[in-house]
Design a protein around this ligand. Sequence first.
Ligand code: DQQ
Length: 578
Amino acid sequence: MVFLKNCFLCPFLVIIIVLLFFFNGIKASHEVFRNLQSLSSTNIIKYYRTGYHFQPPKHWINDPNGPMYYNGVYHLFYQYNPKGSVWGNIVWAHSVSTDLINWVHLDHAIYPSKEFDQYGTWSGSVTILPNNIPVILYTGIIDVNNTQVQNYAIPADASDPLLREWIKPDENPLIVADNSINKTRFRDPTTAWLGRDGHWRMVVGSARRHRGVAILYRSRDFLKWTKAQHPLHSSSKTGNWECPDFFPVSLNHTNGLDTSVDGENVKHVLKVSLDDTRFEYYTIGTYDTKNDRYIPDRKMIDGWKGLRLDYGNFYASKTFYDPSKNRRVLWGWANESDVVPKDAIKKGWAGIQAIPRKLWLDPSGKQLVQWPVEELETLRNKKVELRNHKLNKGEIVEVEGITAAQADVEVTFSFSSLKNAEEFDPSWAHLYAKDVCAIRGSAVQGGLGPFGLLTLASENLEEYTPVFFRVFKVKNKYKVLMCSDASRSSVRNNPKMYKPSFAGFVDVDLSDKKLSLRSLIDHSVVESFGAGGKTCITSRVYPALALFSDARLLAFNNGTETITIETLNAWSMNKPDR
Ligand code: DQQ
């Protein structure tokens, strides 16, 4: 910090950080390796497979598609390569569950078979019509140039409790791009919502040059769709919008709302996935139903620096309304960080889904809050606790007695004063949180923090993934940084492995002088929820030493202010039965 003050190299540092950000090793979700995409793996490497996160027995997965609750069963479809461990040959794989935890894998629901999808069946959503028939809207690829159209599919037999077979009627494609639309950036239809005029609406992600666009369509009968004169929303310089998600949230309570709800005490959320950088952002705003436009609230940042559902490996996410528990549930794809295709082929699989999360509007109206679905707690097994444990500067404490490689840990830290918070260097003002975390990591001693957990740590701390807070002073206010830092997560010598210092700021009231953290640790994933789910970060990591029973879990403090672990509860997590 002293070094950074009056530093003539700082402008160059900032440029380097910005360049690193855009050329960060994260490749487009579906980088195409034609020679590898049908290379089936015979050997499945077990040590990075997760214990309780969703993943099929082998091969590549990406976006969650069309999640829904229908007649007592949860359905999760997802982009899947049945032939290999890199992106390609994409079908809609289909799994069902009655509790969001135990899943049964069924036959693929949708796969290329017709002229209107013969080159690909890409992402989309489900809408349950008022006659209780679920309809899938998905993107079909119709030629080698990746021309995209929007199609629909319906259950062959809606009385089959598992909806095993889906048919693609002859009216397809439902929507083709008109001349104003870039046909290769026209995909991922949302769940449709019903307006008060009795017409359906849905949006398709797209881009006009470098302006991200949510193209709005309307339909009376769900079959004939007409493009509205204006998009629902667009934003300059954000590039192609993938997997848009548009839904209402309540200003009064944490329950979810059905996608068609609007009116008093309701705000709307638009989330988009940015093709250019592989992260997502969302805004909260008003849905002007008269003009069919979405208007983000004044203080929302509608672009790269906007709010994120998750500041880590999390992409192409999608929510659905779960009427059985009156909640809105979010699914997101936690992509791999070992970005070399060779690694995926060696593993025999790639990609997992993050734990489904309940999501609602924070009472401030300024952001969303997320929390793992309560069903996850049924997997909690052996529990260990710490109470009122003090951590002075440089101290660590081990959380012993649980399976640290497959665990759920909830901790509340407290401190007696904010006066030791370090100054936030003004030259960081334009940096992303993750760049600040890269400069002020867990090993850099601070004032109030860094303190937090060392997850997936090896015997002699050669490897660890710290998840921690650091409190800064900015004028008379405080700024809380939360990091999930993969930079020391593996001693494996793979220069292509992506080991970012993921981070987000936490908008939290510190008047009670407490900060809470929950981390779901599962072999190659650490999924963390700061301050009750205000800031969420998922890291994918590949330890070489901290595997299975060799992994350790610790709490640490590397700041001058003494930190108290008020409560720490940690559980070994069971594997779901199925
Ligand atoms: N993945 C799908 C596309 C979507 C992208 C293809 C996002 O529909 O835009 O697998 O990861």
